[in-house]
Design a binder for this molecule. Structure first.
Ligand code: FMN
Ligand code: SF4
Length: 405
């Protein structure tokens, strides 16, 4: 898998000029120095203040401020606290976490340890999508190297801080990536999402306060601590700081992971992907994965940041961008999306379990001109308002933005 940095990025944050695969490379390039500094020179709350000041937003889809999340957990007194790295990456069209897992596993281990020190965590988990065999191999190897060299385990770097990380293989369903379902899965139960609140930061794994962050979110931690919050805010837009890994696929000449500023336009991203395949005409792009929204020709200049997409009634989600050409069939793509959600519904709540089969039947009737789009939207809206987790809410945006075309 290839990853490139957009040409406007002189000094990318996540994609560095070297690709880390072994501990020696990582250490030669300053690896684990930040952890050493953190453990010996900083108080936990000073780290949290830096992350808050960076205004880093979670890269797993919901864009929740990371520093605030860490602070919730840090404030609670508890016998145990946990840190979970969410590497389940099941969103269709999203493959950027896989790149980090396979090329920079040590930066992830370093970030999880820094998070644990900051919030008072004593055990960490990396929950990796079951199908990501190579990612699992590389992270497993990196964990062993970290233990063998004193970066994990008892009395890390003789700082008095002890911390362990366990790798868990995902249970093979899209909903396992939903944070509370993931927690149930680690606990050995079937991955059913929990009611929220309480949120995991207050009551998570085994009932203890738990920080759960996406892989890419964590990949930003070491660079922020190393270079400072202001440096990080030089990238991106005012409300969406930093860079983003966009998973670019579809009818483009060069699909792959592209690191660009948050706020890069769709047109710039298309240029970075070397344009449409076979000189076909751009029809639309699906942004934010299967639960995202369609963007059309008149929106090619739309900046891809959290706030601009929200204002436009769409979402950046985890940063998947699927380009469609004049020859691609949007109708069958939409049918696939609905079928995917039906298949992945865990069945715990009625609106999602019963809603998706009905939605598919209605969509087929719509394609045969038997019902109107507004009838479908009524059901999608009820599902959006009443489903227990975001999976049941996911059909509304792709349907709504497709019907508006
Ligand atoms: C159905 C579903 C699947 C999800 N899958 C993932 C996933 O694979 N990876 C991820 O980081 N977040 C996923 N999320 C979002 C998580 O629940 C959670 O918001 C995220 O891990 C928090 O990390 P962040 O604050 O760093 O973004 C999913 C959410 C839903 C509803
Ligand atoms: S919305 Fe769907 S996936 Fe989420 S809890 Fe309900 S049935 Fe399960």
């Amino acid at each position: 898998m290839e990853a490139t940095a957009h040409k406007s990025l002189k000094e990318p944050i996540i994609i560095t000029t070297y690709q880390t695969q072994c501990l020696e490379d990582y250490i030669d390039n300053g690896g684990y120095e930040t952890l050493k500094n953190v453990l010996t020179k900083y108080k936990p709350n000073e780290i949290i203040e830096q992350i808050k000041a960076s205004e880093l937003l979670g890269r797993g889809g919901a864009a929740f401020p990371t520093g605030i999340k860490w602070n919730f957990t840090a404030q609670i007194k508890a016998d145990h606290k946990f840190v979970i790295c969410n590497a389940d990456e099941g969103e269709p069209g999203t493959f950027k976490d896989r790149w980090i897992l396979e090329h920079k596993p040590h930066s992830l281990i370093e970030a999880i340890s820094i998070c644990a020190y900051s919030v008072g965590g004593d055990k960490g988990y990396i929950y990796i999508r079951g199908e990501y065999a190579e990612s699992i191999n590389r992270v497993r190897k990196a964990l062993k190297e970290a233990y063998d060299n004193g970066f994990l385990g008892e009395n890390i770097l003789e700082s008095g801080f002890s911390f362990n990380i366990e790798l868990r293989r995902g249970d093979g369903s899209y909903v396992c990536g939903e944070e509370t379902a993931l927690i149930e899965s680690i606990e050995g139960k079937r991955a059913f999402p929990r009611f929220k609140p309480p949120f995991p930061g207050i009551k998570g794994l085994w009932g203890y306060p738990t920080v759960i962050n996406n892989v890419e979110t964590l990949a930003n931690i070491v660079p922020i601590i190393k270079n400072g919050a202001d440096w990080f805010k030089n990238y991106g837009t005012k409300q969406s700081s930093g860079t983003k890994l966009y998973s670019v696929s579809g009818s483009v000449n060069k699909s792959g992971v592209i690191e660009a500023n948050l706020g890069v336009t769709l047109k710039e991203l298309l240029d970075a992907a070397q344009g449409m395949k076979n000189n076909k005409v751009f029809k639309c792009a699906l942004i934010g994965g299967a639960s995202g929204g369609f963007v059309y020709k008149n929106e090619l200049d739309l900046p891809l940041s959290y706030e601009t997409l929200k204002e436009a009634g769409k979402t950046l989600g985890s940063g998947a961008v699927l380009f469609l050409s004049e020859d691609d069939n949007g109708e069958s793509l939409l049918k696939n999306i609905l079928t995917f959600f039906k298949h992945e519904s865990c069945g715990k709540c009625v609106p999602c379990r019963e809603g998706y089969p009905k939605l598919i039947a209605m969509y087929e009737a719509f394609l045969e001109n038997r019902i109107k789009a507004e009838n479908i939207m009524k059901l999608a809206d009820v599902m959006f308002k009443t489903s227990l987790c975001a999976l049941g809410q996911s059909a509304k945006m792709p349907l709504e933005t497709y019907f508006k075309s």
